[in-house]
Design a protein around this ligand. Structure first.
Ligand code: SAM
Length: 286
């Protein structure tokens, strides 16, 4: 008998991946957690039945959510990651020697445990061998209420805007992120997809809220095969640095970080989004 994992991308569109076996299935206080093995994408993690990451394409998401802001901020040393319990974003951040501290605020400790056991490709770094990670198992919405002028960079590596992730797409949350950043801080978030109507609505709503909390917010894109439509956006909200004018490709290249997706050319190109996406963003910017 063949086993398939299927996610509804819309009411009328389904995405299926052939599965060799299910490695883990459990329910935490927050969500259901599953790990599968597949011939095409390797191991993959789903939460409440939604694809979070696969071994084959996670590098795209994690490199783009991390290296874009790290290549703009000249000296991001103290960093907050909200969500991200699979470890992929932390793995990329740890490649920077000048990063001194990463606070990982993940609501669900069970995600971290399961990923450490079944997805070492992203989560092995959470063993924290060099001691730069501090773990906080709590709701990011609550955690950020008490932070002021603390971080150079905040990466919101959350689930979608429903279930436990809902609060991470609110005005309150973005306003508190602004307050938690230093005066030259940057916040990057996973910004959903512009393609299918429901995702596009969530994307526009998040964008509108970020724009009203930050001086400047730009959007950049990447191609992520296992996310709905494959076309994914990230938000780049910033108090001081412009994602292109303050980007110094030579400075980043001099760090010698080897990547599989991110390049300094991709960095520039990613901020040029299609015309229909520009229109969607403009519609909510004023
Ligand atoms: N790359 C992924 C994506 O877009 O599908 C996100 C992956 S990561 C596994 C998302 C994490 O955010 C999950 O582990 C989830 O438990 C965590 N999370 C959801 N809501 C949260 C909240 N309010 N505070 C902190 N972490 C949260």
């Amino acid at each position: 008998m063949e086993l398939w994992f299927t996610e509804n991308h819309t009411k009328n569109v389904r995405f299926s991946v052939k599965v060799t076996k299910q490695l883990y299935s459990g329910k935490s206080d927050f969500q259901s957690i599953d790990v599968f093995e597949s011939p095409e994408f390797g191991r993959f993690l789903t939460l409440d039945g939604y694809m979070m990451l696969t071994e084959k394409d996670e590098f795209i998401y994690h490199e783009m959510i991390t290296h874009v802001p790290m290549a703009v901020h000249p000296n991001a040393r103290n960093i907050l990651v909200i969500g991200g319990g699979d470890g992929g974003t932390v793995r990329e951040l740890l490649r920077y020697d000048h990063v001194e501290n990463i606070d990982l605020v993940e609501i669900d400790e069970q995600v971290v445990e399961v990923c450490r056991r079944y997805l070492p490709q992203t989560a092995a770094c959470l063993a924290n061998e060099d001691g730069r990670i501090r773990f906080f198992y709590e709701d990011g919405l609550k955690y950020i209420r008490h932070c002021e002028d603390m971080y150079d960079l905040i990466i919101v590596d959350s689930t979608d805007p429903f279930g436990p992730g809902e609060g991470l797409f609110t005005m309150e949350f973005y306003g508190n992120c602004f307050k938690a950043l230093h005066e030259d801080g940057i916040m990057v978030n996973q910004h959903e997809s512009p393609f299918y109507d429901e995702d596009a609505y969530a994307m526009q709503r998040a964008h509108k809220r970020i724009v009203s909390s930050f001086d400047m917010c730009r959007v950049y894109q990447a191609h992520i095969p296992t996310y709905p439509s494959g076309h994914w956006l990230f938000g780049f909200a910033t108090k001081k640095y412009h994602p292109l004018r303050d980007f110094d490709p030579e400075r980043w290249q001099a760090l010698g970080i080897k990547t599989k997706y991110y390049t300094t050319h991709i960095h520039k190109g990613a901020f040029y989004v299609p015309a229909y996406v520009e229109d969607m963003l403009k519609d909510v910017e004023y």
